[in-house]
Each structure stands twice: as structure tokens, then as C-alpha cells.
Ligand binder design. Structure first.
Ligand code: GAL
Length: 335
């Protein structure tokens, strides 16, 4: 028994933040779930609901290939749907399964494994009591440039896929959702050939665009948006546009979520800050019950083996209204 326990301890130390009882975040390392498997929730986002955090993300297929006949570096896997992991402490994650299943039977379905499902985000609608998921839907060469919507009665699914659209009649690729304090929700997506970021108010049921939107960072080619709010100001962290390869992040501030936005600078500090520590933004998580505690979530893509892409979570630091994101080999969420 003693030998077994020390073996388990050695595994935990070697591998991850996620072994039971662990309380450290180690950016870029292998993060295992309660079953000992690397967490497969890429391009993800987190919903806090009734005392539990739910992490949703792209459930990548095991095999990475380069889409034939596509000029740019279109590495991809079969689409495995959207996964969900739950946690109370943000260190130990339970696999809740694939909560939006791919449609393996219909080759024309948006969510057939041959298609692309990326950057899923889930918000809760207090009026309809539905969990609403939006995601980037694309085809093998990313020319569909659409957004898909799914709903569920429970945070752990199963989600029912409703369909896809080009919101406001425009392309949409990298995306996130933001639910504001007043219950209004926004869909934020890269559009117009990824050159311009749209911020689009959703209908009250969160299932469709309301038709009210703004065009932001026009011609600046920003993607991978992640939005949060602090002291009445809105922050938007984005990446540049270079596929799976890293580039320099940038943050912007606004008094209203729909803009106008003022671009500030790269918030990253430390080694490889000019390459976002080899990561790309996906979400900012406000830690519930802790003031000024926000976690910046990046994906560290491994384009040749996408399922093995890692997660870089770092603390956001504030000085007045300015932010920085310092590199940490490991860190703890402040008590
Ligand atoms: C990135 C984007 C990813 C994925 C990738 C495909 O720019 O942020 O979510 O779409 O391109 O190459």
C-alpha cells in the first residue's frame, strides 16, 4: 500500500496540477482529470453555476492531419464535440463527458466529425433557465465561417444542437460570449476575413443576434477574444492572426462593452512575453468570492499533435486600470 501511494504521489508531482488534493497551477504542463487523462477542453471557457465551475472546450480527436488542398497551415483533428469538466476548486477537474456530441451519421451536419467546432462558450439564461452554448462552426478549409448554437437544461448536458448562422449576415470565426451584470449577453467574433471584431447583442433568450452590433478594431486583425469587467470598465484581450502559431497579445479597455475600445499594449510580462508565452487567449475567469482575482486562460497549441495542446493559466495583475499578466512557473490562487 505504502509503495502504491508513493507511486501515485510521484505521478502527481511529475505530471500535473490535477491530482487529488493538488493546489498548484502549473502553466503549460500536462493537466490530468480525475481519470488521469490529459484534459481535452481546448479553446475553452468556464461557467460558474451554483457553487461549481464548468469548463467547456473543444474535444480534439486523437489524430492530427493537415487538411489536403488548403494553402495555409490548416492542421486539424476530427471534431469530437464539446467536452465539460467540473471543479469546485479550479485545481481538480472531473470529466463530465462530451456534452455536445458530434453527429457521426450525417456527413452534411455542422457537427459531423469532418467539420470544425471551436471555442465553445456557455452562459446561463436566468429567464429561460437554459444553458446556452455558442461555438465557431466551420468546414474543412474554414470557408463556412459561421456560429453554432446549442441548448441544455443542465450544465452537464446533453446539449441539443439548434443550428448555425452567419450572425448579422457576416462571417464569424474566433469567438467568445460575455454575459453582463444586467443579464444582457454579447457574442464577440472575428469577422470580415478576421480583420474586424464584432460585438453583437444577443436576443433575450441568447439564441440569436438581436441585430444590434458594433465593429471594433477595424482592419486590425485581432482574434481569440477574451472579455472581462472590473470596476465598471471592460477589458478585451486578443491575439494577432497567425493560425496555431503564437504572436503578441494585446489588451484594450472600454467604458461600454460595445466600445469604443482603446488598445493599450501587450499585457504579458517575462520570458517569451512577446509570443504570449507560446499561448493564445481564450477566456478570462473571475474567481468567485475573491476580489480582483481574475485568471487569464491561454491555449498553448501543439499544431502537429493538437490533442496534446496545453493550458496556460496566469493571474492578472492590476495597477489602477492597467493590467499585466506575469509569467509563473507555478502559482496558487490567492486565499
Ligand atoms: C487560430 C484560431 C484557432 C484556430 C486556428 C486554426 O487563429 O485562433 O481557434 O481556428 O486558427 O488554424
Amino acid at each position: 500500500m505504502k509503495r502504491f501511494l508513493s507511486f501515485v504521489t510521484a505521478l502527481c508531482v511529475a505530471h500535473s496540477i490535477n491530482c487529488l488534493g493538488n493546489n498548484l497551477i502549473k502553466p503549460g504542463e500536462l493537466w490530468t482529470d480525475n481519470t488521469g487523462v490529459h484534459i481535452n477542453a481546448h479553446g475553452g471557457g468556464i461557467l460558474y453555476h451554483e457553487g461549481m465551475y464548468y469548463w467547456y472546450g473543444e474535444y480534439k480527436g486523437a489524430y492530427t492531419y493537415r487538411a489536403p488542398g488548403v494553402g495555409w497551415e490548416c492542421y486539424r483533428t476530427e471534431t469530437g464535440g464539446v467536452s465539460c469538466y467540473s471543479s469546485k476548486d479550479l485545481y481538480n477537474w472531473n470529466f463530465e463527458g462530451v456534452v455536445l456530441q458530434p453527429d457521426t451519421l450525417n456527413p452534411h451536419s455542422d457537427i459531423h466529425p469532418s467539420m470544425v467546432i471551436e471555442r465553445p462558450k456557455v452562459i446561463y439564461n436566468d429567464k429561460t433557465r437554459k444553458f446556452v452554448m455558442w461555438m465557431h462552426i466551420d468546414n474543412y478549409n474554414y470557408s463556412k465561417a459561421a456560429s453554432g448554437v446549442a441548448v441544455s437544461d443542465s450544465p452537464t448536458g446533453k446539449f441539443t444542437y439548434i443550428g448555425s448562422m452567419r450572425p448579422n449576415g457576416q462571417e464569424s470565426r474566433d469567438m467568445t460570449l460575455y454575459k453582463d451584470d444586467d443579464g444582457k449577453a454579447y457574442h464577440i467574433y472575428s469577422s470580415e476575413g478576421n480583420s474586424t471584431l464584432y460585438i453583437s447583442l444577443l436576443n433575450d433568450d441568447y439564441l440569436a443576434p438581436s441585430g444590434k452590433y458594433t465593429r471594433n478594431f477595424i482592419g486590425k486583425s485581432r482574434e481569440a477574444p477574451a472579455i472581462f469587467k472590473r470596476n465598471g470598465k471592460y477589458y478585451c484581450v486578443t491575439s494577432g492572426c497567425s493560425g496555431w502559431s503564437p504572436n503578441e497579445a494585446e489588451y484594450a479597455i472600454a467604458d461600454h462593452i460595445t466600445g469604443p475600445w482603446t488598445a493599450i499594449e501587450n499585457p504579458c510580462r517575462g520570458k517569451d512575453a512577446d509570443k504570449t508565452f507560446y499561448g493564445q487567449s481564450t477566456f478570462v475567469l473571475p474567481v468567485v468570492g475573491k476580489s480582483d482575482c481574475y485568471i487569464m486562460m491561454f491555449d498553448k497549441w501543439n499544431k502537429n499533435h493538437l490533442i496534446d495542446s496545453r493550458y496556460i493559466w496566469l493571474p492578472i495583475q492590476f495597477s489602477g486600470d492597467s493590467i499585466t499578466i506575469p509569467w509563473r512557473e507555478e502559482w496558487k490562487i490567492p486565499e
